[in-house]
Structures are given as structure tokens and as C-alpha cells.
Ligand binder design. Structure first.
Ligand code: NAD
Length: 331
């Protein structure tokens, strides 16, 4: 028997790039598809296509050739700054990507399809205080996501479930909660809070200016999942027989200010937080991992401190390079 062929869409993005490498390590033949190449290192994929997956014909070509499984990660997305400023584009583009990719997968005989959803599907009214209860999968309904990004994810989840019901395509749905790690976008406007904070703290360290700007009062809470745990969970979920949406995240909630101080401790500097206006998203959010443990017999295990250490080291190196500093120049 030959190698099982899998497709990863969004393979040029943060999670997709790491997932391709993980799947190669598991012995799969991997095709990566994305509008762009990975930004920081070459893809480990056996084959890599630069396709715009909003287009039906491109989705057909992407899923052609005995592809058995699809990890559908392609999406127009970014941190709160990006998401809150691009509702129409996000809903429009991602809906096209989602409907065209799953339909092409079905037509071309794909047997399993995993969709990357998000904690952004959860209703806003359950996330109005920093000390909210962790979100259980069933809390998604009655639906009231905060923005278009959440609605798009919710519709795509339903699409997966109807494809299972009507066509027998096996689908898996992972609801990510703030994934972070090295090789993720760390500047330019699409970066998320952990990467942005690592960059700001690294800048403070390298320039000696202790000021670190935080959007809002810093009391908004989140949980953060390290990338290696995320790809391990994705793979386990694909191998499972569970077709309902499943949280994939850490369940340790911290405030954004705490996150900044953790990073500063790792960097070995004192920082001065300055609170500025900026989009903050919901006030509090955490993952309830009860079902994750039941279904996979596993949950993310890399600590926030450990993950931040690895992420910070990578971002500090990136920034040194950007500023034209030698790695050895600043101890
Ligand atoms: P990312 O932006 O790094 O990766 C997404 C990739 O999709 C990008 O490389 C982008 O070029 C590609 N893409 C966008 N439009 C495309 C198109 N028209 N055709 C082909 N490719 C296109 O984001 P990520 O963090 O790696 O996220 C991967 C998936 O996980 C996304 O679906 C995202 O919504 C979901 N998710 C991520 C997080 C997180 O914390 N990173 C949280 C919740 C959900």
C-alpha cells in the first residue's frame, strides 16, 4: 500500500505550516495549498500549489489525485485589529473558500475532512466579564458571535455536519482557542496578542525603552494554546470518530496584562504598561476541556510559560535581524 495522501489548505500560514511538518513526520504524503508561500521557512510538503481557494476550479485541482483527507485551514484572518476592520471581506472570502473546498473534496472522493473553526463562534453575552465560565461546545447556541468571522465559522461548521448527514463525508471540527508559537505572524497588522506582546517586549529590551502599549485596560482574559499541542490535537481529532465541534485549546485563563508581565519576565526586563485605545474583542474567554478529554483522552500539555519562552526567543531573533543587530551583540 502506498502512502496516504493528505491535503492541507492554508499550508503557507502559521498553523498549516506546522501541521504539514507534523503530518510528514507521521509518514503521510502531503500536498500544501495556499495563496502564498510560508513566510519564514520552506514548506515540508511533498507538493505545494499557490492557489486562490475562493475559486471553484482551483479547489477542484487542489483536491484531485487520490487525496484521502483534507485539513481545511485556509482563511482570511488575523488578530482583533484585522478581524474587526474587515467583516464583509472575511465573511465573503472565507465563505467562498469553505463552500468550494468541501464541495470539491466530496466530488473528488475525499473520505475525511477536518475544518478549522474558532472560539469566536461563541455568543458574545457569555463573554462579557473577565472571569467568565469556560465555554462548553453546546454554548455556541443560541448563536450570537461577536463578528462576521464567528458567523462564517459557525456556518462552515454546519456545512460540514450537513455534508456528513447528506453525503456521508466524514467531517471533524476543531474550535481553536488562541494558538501561538514560533513562525507565526509577529508584525504588519495581522498578528495576534501573544506575538504582538512578544514583539513589543523584545523592542523594549533591545532599545531600552520600557514602555509596552496594551490595547484596553489589559484586564480582558484569554487562554493560549502552544502550536505543538494544536497540531497534535488536530491529528488526534482527525483520527478519532468524533463528528461534532470540539474545543481545542488550553483552559488556563490569564489577563492580557499578566501575559505581558510573563513575557517581560522571560525577557528578563522590567516593563511599563501603557494602556491605549484599541479593539479588544470579548471581555473574557476560556475553553472548557471536559469533552476534549473525553473524546481524545488528551488535552494540551505545554505550559504557557514554556510556550512563551520558545515564542519569545524566536520573535526576539526576528526583531534583532530587522533592527540590524547581531544575535551575540546584546546578551
Ligand atoms: P494564517 O493567517 O497564518 O493562515 C491562514 C492561511 O490561509 C494564510 O497563509 C493565507 O494566505 C491562507 N489563505 C487566505 N485566503 C486564501 C485563499 N483565498 N486561498 C488560499 N489560501 C488562503 O492563520 P492561522 O493562525 O494559521 O489559522 C489557520 C486556521 O485556523 C484559520 O482557518 C483560522 O481561522 C483558524 N483559527 C486560528 C486561530 C489562531 O489562534 N491562530 C484561532 C481560531 C481559529
Amino acid at each position: 500500500m502506498g502512502q496516504v495522501k493528505v491535503l492541507v489548505t492554508g499550508a503557507g500560514g502559521f498553523i498549516g505550516h506546522h501541521l504539514v511538518r507534523h503530518l510528514k513526520e507521521q509518514g503521510y504524503w502531503v500536498r500544501g495549498v495556499d495563496v502564498k508561500a510560508p513566510q519564514y521557512e520552506d514548506s515540508a510538503a511533498d507538493q505545494y500549489f499557490r492557489f486562490d481557494l475562493r475559486d471553484q476550479q482551483n479547489c477542484h485541482l487542489a483536491t484531485l489525485g487520490d487525496i484521502e483527507e483534507v485539513y481545511a485551514l485556509a482563511a482570511d484572518m488575523g488578530g482583533m485589529g484585522y478581524i474587526t476592520a474587515n467583516d464583509a471581506k472575511i465573511l465573503h472570502d472565507n465563505t467562498l473558500i469553505n463552500v468550494n473546498t468541501i464541495e470539491a473534496a466530496r466530488r473528488n472522493g475525499v473520505t475525511r475532512y477536518l475544518y478549522a473553526s474558532s472560539a469566536c463562534v461563541y455568543p458574545e453575552h457569555l463573554q462579557e466579564t473577565p472571569d467568565i465560565a469556560p465555554l462548553r461546545e453546546e454554548d455556541a447556541y443560541p448563536a450570537q458571535p461577536q463578528d462576521a468571522y464567528g458567523w462564517e465559522k459557525l456556518i462552515a461548521e454546519r456545512l460540514c455536519q450537513y455534508y456528513t448527514q447528506d453525503y456521508g463525508l466524514e467531517t471533524r471540527i476543531a474550535r481553536f482557542h488562541n494558538v501561538f508559537g514560533p513562525l507565526g505572524t509577529w508584525d504588519g497588522g495581522r498578528e495576534k496578542a501573544p506575538a504582538a506582546i512578544c514583539r513589543k517586549v523584545a523592542y523594549a529590551k533591545l532599545t531600552g525603552d520600557p514602555v509596552v502599549e496594551i490595547w484596553g485596560d489589559g484586564q480582558q482574559t484569554r487562554s493560549f494554546c502552544y502550536i505543538d499541542d494544536c497540531v497534535t490535537g488536530l491529528y488526534k481529532l482527525m483520527r478519532s470518530d468524533y463528528g461534532e465541534p470540539l474545543n481545542l485549546g488550553q483552559d488556563r485563563m490569564v489577563t492580557i496584562s499578566e501575559l505581558a508581565h510573563l513575557v517581560a519576565e522571560i525577557a528578563g526586563i522590567e516593563i511599563e504598561l501603557v494602556h491605549v485605545d484599541g479593539p479588544q474583542g470579548v471581555r473574557g474567554r476560556n475553553s472548557d476541556n471536559t469533552r476534549l478529554r473525553e473524546v481524545l483522552g488528551w488535552e494540551p500539555e505545554i505550559s504557557l510559560e514554556d510556550g512563551l519562552r520558545r515564542t519569545y526567543a524566536w520573535i526576539e531573533d526576528q526583531l534583532r535581524e530587522r533592527l540590524g543587530l547581531e544575535t551575540a551583540q546584546v546578551a
